[in-house]
Structures are given as C-alpha cells and as structure tokens.
Design a protein around this ligand. Structure first.
Ligand code: AMP
Ligand code: MG
Length: 412
C-alpha cells in the first residue's frame, strides 16, 4: 500500500473540483425551458389571483338583499337584465331589483354580491324564479384571495416543477430568471470502440460510456452533447476536443487515464500543464483527471474507461459540478440510511461504492449488494439503484450493518 499516501481523498478531490466551478449566468428562460431549473430570482406577483371578483358557478348574479327571503314555497322573481360569459364584461353594474345570468369565471358586475346557482332557479331568460337565498358573497371568488399583488410566489432556489410553471403563467410571467442549462460535451476514447447499431469486429466493443455519461448529464438537467468515439491518438483527441470547446461549459471524457501504453487522454493533456492526473482513494474510479482546457479555461473531467468506474466518477465529481453550474443545492447527492442484507468486504484506505438494490420493505430500508466488484460489470450496474458508501477505514461489514447509501434515482 505504499502508493496510497499519493492518492487524493474523494472529499478533497470533490472540494477542488467545486472550487474551480462557477455558477453559470442568470438569464430569462421561457417557462417551458425553465422546467427543472432552479429559479435564480424571487418572483413577485404583479397580478392578483383571482385578478377580479368572478363567479364560481353558472347561475345569476344578484344583490343578496333582493333575494334573502327566497324559498321553494315563496320564490322571488327578478328581471334578467343581461348575460355575462367568461371573457365578457358587458354588464358593468347590476341595478337593484334585477339579476344577471353569469357563467363560471365571468366577472361579477358592480353591485352584485352573491351568485344564485342554476340549480336553485327555473333558469329563466327574461325573468328568473329564485327558490333559495345564497349566503353573503356565496359562489363568488374574490380578487386576491389566492395570490395578492406583491406576494413572493416562487423564491430563489426553488426547482421549478409543473405547478410552479403553471403559477408563473397564471400571474402573467412569460419568462423566469434561471441559470443557463450547462452544456456538457461527452467524448469517449478508445480505438476498440464502435457505435451501437454498427458491426463489431472480434476485438472491438460497443461504446456504452458516452451514452451512459451523456444520459446521466441530461438527467442532471444539463444539455448533453455526445460526441462519441475518439481513437487512441493524441492528435485526433486534441482536434476533437478543440472542435468541441466552443459549445462546452464542461467536458467529460472516458478512458485513457490509467497506466496503459495507449492512455491517450493523459498523453495528450499532460503537456498542457492545466490538467491534474492522479489517483483517488476510491473504488471503483481510482484514476482521474481534472483541470481546464482552452482559451475559456473550460473545466474538463477525464474519467476512467471502465463503465462502472466512469459512472461512479460522474456521480461523485461531475454531478456536483453540474449542480453548482445550475445553482442547484445541495451539490452532492445526500446519503440515506439502510441496512445491509449481506456482508461485504472492502479494501483498506479506499472509499468503496458498492452497487446495491435499495428497498423500503417491512423493517427496512434495506440494501442488497448487486453482482461482483468488477468495474466492467455494466449489467449489474443497470440492475442496481443505489451505491453503498463503505468508508475508507472500514474493511468489512456484516449482514444487518447500518450503512449510508446514495439513492441513484432519487431527485434531490
Ligand atoms: P481505458 O481506461 O481506456 O484503458 O479503459 C478501461 C476499460 O474500459 C477497457 O476495457 C476499455 O475497453 C473499457 N472502455 C473504455 N471506454 C469504454 C466505453 N466508452 N464504453 C465501454 N467500455 C469502455
Ligand atoms: Mg482506452
């Protein structure tokens, strides 16, 4: 274990990454684009909801004093002086001793203070027979009862869901200030890689990682550009990288960062001197690189090529960075408690992230380790929904042990 003192801890590396990331600028986002983004402003209502007194029923607007005595035995008859549909405010005031037909949502004319629903009347056209008296202000939705002018309807930091988007539209907002969606460029390296849907040679494999990482970036709220495969040639890699920088807020690469003979990413970027390469006290995902490239000093994450390693590295380092770019807190996925259903062993001095299936069951929550340790086991990765966090100083955990897990499909 003599190599261990040279390794960075997971927390140290993540802290360095986050320090190098600045939230993106705020600009007005059309409402549908804002879905899933964090509001970067306190939104104040400039319109009350309802914005005018309106009817809650189809019926007749009346002055209550004209109908208080109405009953089935002694109905009150009133002349009908007009009809008000939603979107029509033709009748501005109701003369005493009259009624106006009114539809749900239509503005209540001045002077009227209650609505008699159709059900209590003969639905008369020129004259209406009213058989029951409404209570004071009954069936009237009063202006501002829901939202008042000046109310903060969405506070900064709120992640906008469908209901927020609906409310913003309801008060007349067409846009809301949010940080731009980060653009994440994903490059996978490896001369053995082929695109899905094409023919494999005996020594080639399909490029799962660029899809895995681009999908994870999109799930995190980013715009993901999957560039796809770059061969293990430093020149080709640098060209591809250079071409992409114009549309990247961050770059994520997979492969080519370990100790092999063709570690293209390390070979191409080391001479720049702006990207750190080293090891993290983490399993999987030990070999990592992070730094910046290009004129705009675009942050770049160079993740290891084994699929599970690249995914776990994304979870640990790239996801918090995307969230910081978006102004979403917390940056890191929170852990949740669970009990292990089976014993696990873990290497000394490394934080191990064990794939698991989290289940809230009677007496739970439980987490069941899934599959083996191999960081090539993408089949097992796909059937897990959690990572069990085994701390650096823990080398074994018994069945039933309390652990902390990262629930991978949870919104936070
Ligand atoms: P590397 O770090 O480039 O040596 O890659 C480590 C292992 O991950 C090798 O077995 C690669 O074939 C595999 N690998 C690298 N990139 C990908 C990828 N995009 N999709 C699937 N497997 C990959
Ligand atoms: Mg490779």
């Amino acid at each position: 274990m003599s190599e261990l003192p040279d390794l960075r801890s997971v927390d140290d590396h993540r802290a360095r990454v986050l320090e190098a990331i600045e939230p993106l600028a705020v600009y007005p986002q059309p409402l549908m684009e804002a879905l899933g983004l964090a509001a970067a402003e306190d939104v104040v209502a400039e319109v009350a909801l309802p914005s005018f007194d309106n009817s809650a029923m189809d019926g007749y607007a009346v002055r209550r004093e004209d109908v208080v005595t109405a009953s089935a035995e002694s109905p009150v008859h009133l002349p009908v002086v007009g009809e008000i549909g939603a979107g029509q405010d033709g009748l501005l005031a109701l003369p005493p001793g009259t009624a106006a037909k009114i539809m749900t949502g239509a503005p209540v004319p001045a002077g009227a203070d209650s609505v008699v629903p159709y059900e209590w009347t003969d639905r008369g056209v020129a004259q209406v027979r009213i058989e029951q008296a409404p209570g004071a202000a009954q069936h009237i939705r009063s202006a501002g009862e829901d939202v008042a002018v000046g109310d903060v309807i969405v506070s900064a930091g709120t992640v906008l869901g469908p209901r927020h988007v609906g409310l913003l539209a309801a008060v007349g907002r067409a846009t809301v200030g949010c940080r731009a969606r980060p653009r994440v460029v994903v490059l996978s390296t490896g001369s053995e890689l082929r695109d899905p849907g094409t023919q494999l040679a005996r020594d080639s494999i399909y490029d799962g990682n660029s899809f895995l990482l681009a999908a994870a970036a999109r799930r995190a709220g980013a715009i993901a550009y999957r560039v796809g495969i770059v061969p293990d040639e430093p020149r080709a890699f640098l060209d591809a990288l250079h071409d992409q920088l114009v549309r990247a807020d961050i770059v994520v690469t997979s492969g080519g960062v370990s100790q092999g003979d063709y570690d293209v990413v390390k070979e191409a970027l080391t001479p720049l001197g702006t990207v750190w390469f080293g090891g993290i006290r983490m399993q999987p995902g030990k070999p990592q690189g992070f730094g910046h490239v290009g004129e705009d000093r675009t942050p770049i994450f160079t993740l290891p090529g084994n699929p599970v390693s690249s995914y776990v590295s994304f979870e640990q380092f790239v996801l918090p960075a995307i969230r910081k770019l978006m102004g979403r807190t917390p940056y890191e996925r929170p852990t949740a408690p669970a009990r292990l259903t089976h014993a696990i062993a873990s290497p000394a001095g490394r934080r191990q992230l064990v794939r698991g299936e989290y289940d809230v069951d009677a007496g739970g929550p439980y987490v069941t380790p899934v599959g083996g340790h191999g960081s090539h086991l993408i089949g097992d990765l796909a059937s897990s929904n959690a990572l069990v966090v085994v701390p650096e100083d823990v080398t074994s955990l018994d069945a039933g042990a309390p652990v902390q897990v990262l629930r991978l499909d949870e919104e936070f």
